[in-house]
Write a protein that binds this ligand. Sequence first.
Ligand SMILES: *Cc1c(COP(=O)(O)O)cnc(C)c1O
Length: 415
Amino acid sequence: MPGLGPAGFRMRPHPRVLEAALAEIERQHLTRERRTVEALGRSDSGAAAAAADVVVDGRRLVNFCGNDYLGLARHPRVTAALRRAAAGWGVGSGASHLVTGHGVEHARLEEELAAFVHRERALLLSTGYMANLAVITTLAGRGDLVLLDRLSHASLIDAALLSGARLRRYPHADAGAAAGLLAEDAASGSSEPVRLVATDGVFSMDGDIAPLGELAAAATACNAWLAVDDAHGLGVIGATGRGSLEHVGGLGADAIPVLIGTLGKAFGTFGAFVAGSRDLIELLVQRARSYIYTTALPQALAAATRAALAVAQSESWRRERVLALTERFRAAASARGIPLGASRTPIQPIRIGSAEAALGASRRLLEAGFWVAAIRPPTVPRHTARLRITLSAAHTESQVDALVEALDRSVSGSG
Ligand SMILES: *Cc1c(COP(=O)(O)O)cnc(C)c1O
């Protein structure tokens, strides 16, 4: 729909048009509000007791919708690494990686990330959004085929659109359908386009895990690329925290040649990376516009991420804790008849349906002291608005129990 704005309006440069577009968004209960975090929760009895608390509008809330799964964003070793590196390197990197912005902290982090995910090389990018743009626009172009899961993250969709490739989407987690589309494409064309399948590892709004083994088999059978964006899996799931690939059975570089990870979630910092073969990474360095034409991530952030990666591995109790809290949440919620999805990851959506009802439930939770965002279209499909609850190792057992009690009161009567 070229030229159409968020509410289907043609955005001609007249103030009334913008006003009408905003009113239409409001009418559909799709207005997004930014709440300003004024302070982080502190506790007299030790920082750990308030590690997930924030102050918003002067009120203390327990944050149950962030992505700091391991509680590393405020970890003293991580913040100290950031401070120390900023003192040595300054704040801004001053240029792109290919000019003068690439430093030793970046280089070391790339090596450590590659080692962590068992790939030959890794490339650091500023955000996961940009990492997905880099991968898809470098590997696919006009005339090629990109296959995405129906529920894939917006950045994968945008990347596919930007690439100019043909974009087709298969039903959620349906590897058979993906295989069918690949085979159909192979049978129909005379030319041999590049085919690329990309999927979230853990789906960001549902918390379920992609059928990676089956997708890998389908991609291999059709000589297609498979890229897995494991933004919500790395650091969290798998026997040693190596994410969705480890969870489904240690898929190696042959099965999953392109792996994307983000650093702003489980690792508690900021940035992203692509991991794969030496040549894949070198091609991204040479070609990926979202890598080349942007200022390098600050070195201090790379240093902080190195610390976070080390802590995530040495303090494996964090991973065990967030998963144990997830199970505690699920047991308590299902005992009260709160409708849960199938997810066993720290992303626990509660489907409400209408955007209005989801907002209402979110507001009632806020009044009870819990910050749980209502996720509405277009982030999720129509009529599937939901509360997206996320657990963190920073939560306490009693906070989780209290959330379930509040949910019981807030969700009933909102469906
Ligand atoms: C958050 C997220 C991204 C974007 O990562 P940023 O570093 O926040 O830009 C990409 N893919 C998925 C699946 C995500 O959940």
